[in-house]
Design a binder for this molecule. Structure first.
Ligand SMILES: [Zn+2]
Ligand SMILES: [Zn+2]
Length: 136
C-alpha cells in the first residue's frame, strides 16, 4: 500500500499530487476518475465504473462521468459547468467533442447523519441501588 508518510515534505505537509500519482501507479486509485480500486491492481488501472463507461455498449451509470453515445467520448461532470446536472431527473447535455445532444438521467442519493449516543446520567445510580442479584 502507498505510505502517506513518504509524501511529507520537510515542513510536514503532504504532497497530494505526488501521493495521487503514486496511488494511481500502484493501481490503488483509478487513473481516470481517481475512485478507489479494491483490491489494488499493482499497476495503473481503471476502476470498474470507468471500465464499464469505456466498454459497455448499453446504458452505463457513473458517479462523476458522462459518456457521449455517438463518439464515446467520456468526461467528468463539473459542478460549475452545469449545476442543473446535480438535480434529480433527466437533462439535455451536449458532447464537447462532437456536439451530439443526448439525455442523461441524474439519480441523487441521500444519507442522514445522526448524532452520537447521549450518555444518560443516573443509569449508574439506578443500577447501584438494586445491585446484582445473588447467584443461587
Ligand atoms: Zn474510475
Ligand atoms: Zn460525442
Amino acid at each position: 500500500m502507498t505510505n502517506i508518510a513518504e509524501f511529507r515534505n520537510a515542513s510536514g505537509q503532504i504532497d497530494w499530487e505526488a501521493l495521487h500519482r503514486a496511488e494511481i501507479e500502484a493501481g490503488e486509485c483509478c487513473n481516470l476518475c481517481r475512485g478507489v480500486i479494491f483490491p489494488p491492481r499493482g499497476r495503473s488501472s481503471l476502476c470498474n465504473l470507468c471500465r464499464l463507461i469505456r466498454e459497455e455498449e448499453g446504458k452505463v451509470d457513473h458517479r462523476n462521468r458522462l459518456r457521449c453515445p455517438k463518439c464515446r467520448h467520456d468526461w467528468a461532470v463539473e459542478a460549475e459547468d452545469n449545476g442543473e446536472l446535480y438535480s434529480e431527473g433527466s437533462h439535455e447535455v451536449c458532447c464537447p467533442v462532437c456536439d451530439h445532444e443526448f439525455e442523461v438521467v441524474t439519480a441523487v442519493s441521500y444519507s442522514w447523519e445522526s448524532p452520537g449516543l447521549v450518555v444518560r446520567e443516573g443509569d449508574d445510580n439506578a443500577q447501584g441501588q438494586h445491585g446484582p442479584k445473588p447467584v443461587g
